[in-house]
Design a protein. Structure first.
Length: 293
């Protein structure tokens, strides 16, 4: 029997509505006001949660990487860029209160151990593992020790690496996300049938984290068995930032969530039946003729 995972007041599993995550990521561009606008859009669309990204810049990047000349929105170096994209403790306090008021869950993808401790101050309901962190055993074990649900993305990872991570974490409190780490992802590299392969090999819920343009792959992923869908969101794809082009604007987000909610209704349970709504039509149109054999 396939396992289920409880995140906050929601259940991720085959018998529950698809758990939809609106990834704000770093699309807030360091602005709490912009983050609030995206939270509002996620709430209006009917998403279950919003997600951010958190890095301790001086731990994730070397001094040499940070000192690289890189003209950007915040200054002239890579350091200016990475620091400009990070929200402060005070910012997250505001976000935490705002999400509570809006009655939507929030959590984050952390990129280092210190960031895990930072985000844990807000008692988030789960932790998301970015694809880049899938092979960091120390990081995975840190998250496992917290006893909270773990959502694991598998972009740029081989099956051997994925199996190792799953063995390390266990499947009891895990959601495994199919993902291709290209922004945006070409349709020829989305490979949604990996969801079916994951469902065959693993007993934990399977999700889909998409970076494509458009809506169709995310909607189809639910038909193939995804119990959760995650997409980057923005208020305007023309805003400055590396993830904006692979993000959904408000109207696209609303349409995606609407259609995802309908997929399980449309698929049904597979048991052929005569519906009550068909009975008047049957009485009107069908003339029963029995053939004696």
């Amino acid at each position: 029997m396939r396992k289920e995972v409880t995140v906050g007041n929601k259940i991720i599993g085959d018998n529950s509505p698809c758990f939809v995550i609106a990834e704000i990521g770093i699309n807030h561009n360091g602005s709490v006001d912009l983050a609030k606008r995206m939270i509002d859009e996620a709430v209006m669309a009917g998403c279950d949660a919003v997600k951010f990204q958190k890095r301790t810049v001086t731990k994730v990047y070397t001094p040499e990487e940070l000192d690289v000349y890189r003209p950007n929105y915040y200054g002239s170096t890579n350091r200016d860029l990475k620091l400009g994209l990070e929200l402060s403790y005070e910012d997250y306090c505001i976000i935490d209160e705002y999400c509570r008021d809006k009655k939507i869950m929030w959590f984050a993808s952390c990129w280092d151990l210190d960031s895990v401790d930072f985000i844990e101050q807000f008692d988030v309901p789960c932790h998301k593992v970015a694809s880049a962190m899938l092979t960091d055993d120390e990081f995975l074990l840190k998250l496992k020790s917290l006893g909270k649900p773990i959502l694991l993305s598998t972009g740029m990872s081989s099956m051997e690496e994925i199996r190792h991570a799953v063995d390390l974490l266990g499947e009891d409190n895990l959601v495994l996300f199919h993902c291709t780490s290209t922004y945006p992802t070409n349709h020829t590299e989305i490979n949604l049938r990996v969801i079916e392969a994951f469902r065959e090999e693993f007993s934990c819920p399977i999700g889909y984290s998409g970076h494509e343009r458009g809506l169709l792959p995310s909607i189809l992923s639910v038909e193939l068995g995804a119990n959760s869908v995650e997409r980057h969101i923005t208020v305007d794809r023309t805003l400055w930032g590396s993830d904006q082009a692979a993000s959904l604007e408000p109207e696209g987000l609303r349409r995606m969530v609407r259609d995802i909610r309908e997929v399980k209704k449309i698929l049904g349970d597979g048991n052929k039946k005569v519906y009550d709504s068909e009975l008047p039509v049957r009485d009107k149109l069908r003339k029963t003729k029995k053939v004696l054999i």
